[in-house]
Design a protein. Sequence first.
Length: 254
Amino acid sequence: MDITGNTIFIPGATSGIGLALALRLHERGNTVIVGGRRADRLTAIADAHPGIHTVQIDTADADSIQAAARTVLAEHPALNVLVTMAGIMRAEDWRSPDGFLATAEEIVTTNVLGPIRLIAAFVAHLRAQPAATIMTVTSGLAFVPLKATPTYNASKAAIHMLSESLRLQFAGTSISVVELEPPAVRTALMPGQEQDESAMPLDEFADEVMALIETDPEAPEVQVERVKFLRHAEARGDYARVVAALNSTDRHAR
């Protein structure tokens, strides 16, 4: 993915990692469209950052995805990058007889069906572009599980494997598939995570991601240094140690 000269749609970018990257991509000369559920947040972003475009979208709602796709493509026919940023993270206790199913279903709808539906809505358009990118967003927890968030872990592992598979299918086409793999970052993804000293500062994360993309625009995975402890645990042969270390404290890990 080139660092500049793109038209980029980022649903789920009204806060946190999505917004931080949207602002940096806009500053680098890209046309950026931020998507989100709340109209007030979208208005505030557009007012504070002239030149950034917005569209209302609920990535847990199939009809909303289709409507937003029609709007984005009508207003931005040069769109060539889709970043499937939207996601939720919830703690669950599967030992409780009825305390987890609704939460698990909500996570799967947003984190798995959401990206699948987004890609389906844009893929024909992207294939018609001379060069296009689908950027998925997974997590270090796609590779090492956090005890408190089983469905979140599973949802990100699913998107990792989806990314791997789509990269194979789109080989030889104009579409590149890039997987962004965040570690724990100081955002509001989980309660208390914005103040978690063990999580990576948001600006530090976003700056490192931009530097990595600029340095290696052909990289299939974008891994900041902090996520490699989780990402490569199995390959290093210390998976059991990493699982134990990750779950020995109450810290968050995206």
